[in-house]
Design a protein around this ligand. Structure first.
Ligand code: SF4
Length: 367
């Protein structure tokens, strides 16, 4: 066993062929002791090593159900936190590059959300009137905040069911960090009206709202967004429809309302994958989600004559996800072979316990 972890520096300049061969060799030596999870937005050179692929919640559940001692999460920070929270105590969650964060998750911090909660308290009693709902793309301490305050977690697949649950308990919802998932779900899936929704600008006192606006609102949306999904524009859809009137448009609910309202289908990554897989051969699709996934769909369905187009004319991929490269994966695995886990994600137990409560509520609402 090595005394200290192998340093990442020695891996940075490794050639692609060598890295790939060393990843396979390390995996072989680790056998069932390790499970590698690959989020749909990962680049191919990493994704090909995944034992399981999927969205963040699906992956965490699969990892917890596996007997593996080490869960190597090729995704971003909050995903590895969820894996740690849902896994058994003897399992260790690992993120190959600690710099792989999520810019959307970072837009809502515990300090800012607690401040908002306190400011809401100047207008109404939030414990009686407001259910906090956090998108799974958020830090563990925000999930814990929801656990403490009668709130819940949602994903892009179950946001509608979760919001209905939240409103059945209290008259208002504070939804963070992604305003677009909240708005699209409320307007497109639940038939809510614009006048029931306000946006909380977390840089201004009382979110930039008047007490009257807060009192009237049923849905208070945190002003967060995903910079990747914000790149898609209504004019991209219009140009596609003009050229391919028979084509279908499918978008992720992190896109703006203007994009989602013009799309034929709106849903999570799992929904996008399934809808395209089940479509008739020869169909044409314009897809509004991350580039690596769209490229993979294009390659997967080419033989069936399906034409898959990326929605934006520019390259837009999740740059933080992109930080997980084969070099970091190799480094992580070779350290595990040496018995030196690196980049371990461990959520403090008190936080994990409260976050688990909010996750558990979600799993009861949407098993
Ligand atoms: S695609 Fe957007 S929401 Fe998803 S991890 Fe990247 S920055 Fe976060």
């Amino acid at each position: 066993m090595a005394d200290a972890a192998l340093a990442i520096d020695a891996y940075r300049s490794l050639a692609e062929d060598e890295v790939q061969a060393r990843i396979l060799a390390a995996r072989e030596r680790l056998g069932d002791r390790v499970v590698i999870l690959g989020h749909h937005y990962q680049r191919d050179e990493v994704f090909r090593h995944a034992d399981f692929s999927g969205d963040s919640l699906k992956l965490s559940r699969q990892a917890a159900a596996s007997g593996a001692e080490y869960i190597v999460f090729c995704g971003v920070h909050f995903m590895a936190e969820v894996a740690d929270i849902l896994s058994r105590p003897e399992q260790t969650a690992i993120l190959p590059d600690m710099a792989a964060g999520c810019s959307m998750a970072d837009m809502a911090t515990l300090r800012k959300v607690e401040q908002a909660w306190q400011e809401l308290g100047g207008v109404l009693d939030p414990e009686a009137a407001v259910t906090p709902v956090t998108y799974i793309n958020s830090s563990a301490d925000l999930k814990a905040f929801c656990g403490r305050h009668g709130g819940i977690v949602c994903t892009s697949s179950n946001a509608a069911q979760v919001l209905e649950w939240a409103w059945s308990r209290r008259e208002k919802v504070l939804f963070f960090p992604d305003q677009h998932l909240g708005r699209n779900t409320a307007l497109l899936k639940l038939g809510m009206h614009e006048e029931d929704i306000v946006v909380w600008d977390f840089t201004r006192p009382l979110g930039g709202l008047t007490p009257e606006q807060v009192r009237r609102a049923r849905l208070i949306l945190w002003q967060g967004f995903c910079s990747v999904h914000m790149m898609f524009r209504p004019e991209h859809i219009e140009a596609f429809r003009e050229k391919h009137p028979e084509g279908k448009v499918i978008s992720h609910p992190e896109c703006t309302y203007e994009v989602c309202a013009r799309s034929d289908y709106v849903g999570s990554t799992e929904y996008i994958i399934r809808t395209i897989a089940e479509s008739a051969p020869g169909t044409r699709w314009l897809v509004g989600t991350e580039l690596n996934l769209v490229n993979r769909l294009h390659a997967r369905h080419r033989a069936e004559g399906k034409q898959i187009h990326f929605m934006a004319p520019t390259v837009c991929m999740c740059s933080t996800m992109f930080r997980i490269d084969p070099q970091h994966l190799c480094w992580t695995l070779e350290n595990l072979v040496e018995g030196r886990p690196v980049n371990v994600i461990r959520v403090p137990e008190a936080t994990a316990e409260q976050a688990r409560r909010a996750l558990q509520r979600m799993l009861e609402v949407s098993p």
